[in-house]
Design a binder for this molecule. Structure first.
Ligand code: HEC
Length: 653
């Protein structure tokens, strides 16, 4: 026991400076993979990928700015006003980790120990869907935003209940959002346009944005699907989709037993405005209100405010009868038409009869509004077209039943990263966080001591479940399998002496294992050619041994050797270098080891063509790039044989 304590102390001393500086491998990759790569990935909706160290460090300044201003991840409601299930909000601890990482020059850490990119599947998460409807392949023929309504026929003479809804974008790189409506009339619909469907009977069921998980109704509840109804998908294709084809699918789970019916309805609408009608004069900023007193006790599951392009902000809440107490729904300080969503309350909201539901919406019809579709502005009124405006707040609700305040809204586990990884790494598992919930995480059916938060950091192989309790209700999630591959043992065996004789060497030996590959490091730099289990150490300094077993890497604790001679530069390879600022404008600087003096640096364009080279004479190299056009470039280190040994992306702007 004593020995363990001493080892821990030794480790924390030698690494304390290090542990304060976040690295990609230890800290940042986890944040990006947990919050960004659902969109910023190959084939994802975002215009660029944030999958690798090179990609994220090249954009580090923009990433920092986007998360500081909270423009990314996209999430329009003010989280200080109200939290929602599945909200995309980056915790402030993660924001400061990224700030510190950027300030330290975006260190990579040991890339071999970085967590793997989570796998993204375009397949269903509903098991076997009961209803699956796909649009016929549709090819976008415009370079701008495109909104399109697609009519799909359920073709069943019987009504049923929907208990889960899932949208699978046919082409995830162009499908920006999808509104799912039900419409049991034969009203004609508009094929294009961002307003409604064109049929006033259309009932909104669900909204999909990239990365969203399927919606499951609370146990015992469902949406009633009318007989022979139509499903209408309103799909927004992002700019840049021209010529690309999509065949989006909507899947449902159904249940024919007698379920409580969830109604989705624009409870607040143009008919209950207190200062209507919705007429927004040109060149004005105008505020409108609507309210409705509810005629019975209701249980509310989610809210969905809807405006068009002139929308500036929207706030919806309720005041209880007698006390006038405020119940918060949603506050969106900067309305963004492209990120509208159904905001799911983590606790069902119970409203007593006589409660007044209210909303306030602000519209900006001035020419200074960059989203104003008509410049110079014209008066705008209510209507379904993209150039018209709307003021609707949809709610999903049911008549109240005793115990509704204890409805467990969602019992699923969400993995915020890959669930297959190497020993020493971990994955954060999360379920929804709400008021009054208590949690117990289990591994292979056995409660994990102390694991009673809404998240759990899993380090070991196992089937994880979470048991969720709220008041009188309890629910257990489906299992999530975490598979941890054994990492090799990386250990430098204690040598005969740690004092190297002048002019001599001491043989260092690593713990061996079948199929292991080795790399020795001196002071954090790979020693060229030192790739067997032993190394004859001539230099003083801190040695570490990295071992690879074909799947996973491990790095040993450092071993300090004294005596000997100072390392000569030639033998220690450069494994990492810093390029700054990045993005750059006129001048890029590179911080290098002395070790690579005499080698050359090349500037390459995005296609790899070498534009200029220069010989490295000192550890700080500066290159004038002011006459290069904006874009992506690479700076590479070229060795004596003209091969590229290291390459970094730089953005010029
Ligand atoms: C739900 C999808 C989604 C998620 C999640 C997401 N992004 Fe984005 N991101 C986009 C899209 C789409 C754009 C393009 C601009 C737009 O449509 O807003 C974008 C643009 C950006 C930009 C360009 C500048 C800007 O502010 O528009 C940066 C930087 C960025 N994202 C970083 C991030 C980071 C960092 C994360 C994670 C912390 C993240 N994004 C999460 C979809 C997403």
């Amino acid at each position: 026991m004593m020995k363990n304590v001493l080892l821990l102390l030794a480790a924390s001393f030698s690494y304390c400076g290090f542990s304060q500086t976040p690295t990609w491998s230890n800290d940042v990759a986890k944040i990006i993979y947990g919050n960004c790569t659902s969109c910023h990935r190959t084939g994802g909706i975002a215009p660029f990928n944030l999958e690798t160290y090179e990609e994220v460090s090249a954009m580090a300044g923009w990433v920092q700015q986007a998360i500081e201003t909270k423009s990314m991840p996209p999430w329009t409601p003010n989280p200080e006003y109200k939290h929602f299930a599945h909200e995309r909000v980056l915790p402030s601890a993660d924001i400061s980790t990224i700030q510190n990482w950027v300030a330290a020059g975006t260190p990579s850490g040991n890339l071999n120990s970085a967590p793997p990119l989570p796998p993204y599947s375009n397949g269903t998460q509903l098991g076997t869907p009961d209803i699956s409807l796909s649009i016929s392949p549709y090819t976008v023929t415009s370079a701008n935003d495109v909104y399109r309504n697609f009519e799909l026929f359920v073709g069943s003479a019987q009504s049923t209940n929907l208990t889960a809804i899932e949208v699978l974008p046919g082409n995830p790189s162009i499908v920006h959002h999808v509104l799912v409506f039900q419409d049991s009339t034969t009203n004609p619909i508009n094929t294009s346009g961002a307003g409604g469907t064109g049929s006033s009977a259309s009932q909104l069921l669900y909204s999909y944005v990239p990365g969203a998980s399927p919606y499951f109704t609370p146990v015992g509840t469902g949406f009633r699907l009318a007989p022979n109804t139509r499903i209408i998908l309103q799909i927004h294709y992002a700019p840049g989709s021209n010529g690309l084809t999509d065949n989006t699918t909507v899947n449902f789970k159904t249940n024919n037993t007698n379920l409580r019916k969830i109604t989705v309805n624009a409870v607040l609408n143009h008919s209950n405005m207190t200062d209507g009608p919705l007429v927004i004069p040109a060149n004005q900023l105008k505020t409108f209100h609507s309210e409705l007193q509810i005629p019975g006790n209701v249980t509310v599951l989610y809210a969905f405010p809807h405006m068009h392009l002139l929308g500036k902000s929207v706030h919806t809440w309720a005041n209880k009868p007698i006390s006038g107490d405020t119940v918060r729904f949603v506050k969106i300080p900067d309305w963004n038409f492209h990120w509208q969503d159904n905001f799911i309350f983590p606790n069902a909201i119970v409203l007593p009869i006589g409660t007044t539901i209210k909303a306030e919406a602000v519209y900006d019809n001035r020419d200074t509004n960059p989203n104003n579709p008509t410049i110079p502005p014209v008066p705008v009124t209510a209507g379904e077209g993209t150039l018209d405006e709307m003021f609707l707040v949809f709610f999903a609700y049911m008549p109240f039943q005793t115990g509704d305040q204890y409805l467990i809204i969602d019992k699923r586990i969400f993995a915020k990263g890959a669930t297959n990884f190497c020993g020493g790494q971990s994955v954060r598992l999360e379920t929804i966080a709400g008021e009054g919930y208590s949690y117990q995480w289990l591994k292979d059916g056995t409660a994990i001591t102390g694991a009673t938060n809404y998240f759990y950091e899993a380090f070991e192989t196992g089937n994880y479940t979470v048991s969720i309790t709220l008041g009188t209700n309890n629910a257990v999630s489906d299992p999530t399998l975490v598979t941890v591959s054994d990492a090799p043992v990386a250990q430098v065996l204690t040598p005969s002496t740690t004092a190297i004789p002048i002019g001599g060497t001491v043989t260092l030996s690593g713990q061996t294992g079948a199929g292991y590959l080795y790399q020795w490091y001196l002071n954090g730099n790979a020693i060229l050619g030192a790739t067997s289990s032993t190394f004859d150490a001539p230099y003083f300094g801190e040695y570490t041994l990295e071992v690879f077993n074909g799947t996973c890497y491990s790095i040993s604790e450092p071993l300090l050797m004294t005596g000997g001679v100072a390392q000569t530069n030639e033998i220690v390879g450069q494994t990492e270098f810093l390029v700054f600022p990045n993005p750059a404008e006129d001048l890029i600087s590179m911080q290098l080891n002395d070790a690579i003096c005499g080698k050359r640096i090349a500037v390459q364009d995005a296609a790899g063509k070498i534009l200029q080279t220069l010989t490295i004479e000192k550890s700080l190299v500066q290159i004038d790039v002011h006459d290069l056009a904006q874009g992506i470039y690479f700076v590479s280190i070229i060795d004596e044989n003209n091969s590229i040994v290291l390459k970094k992306k730089v953005i010029l702007r």
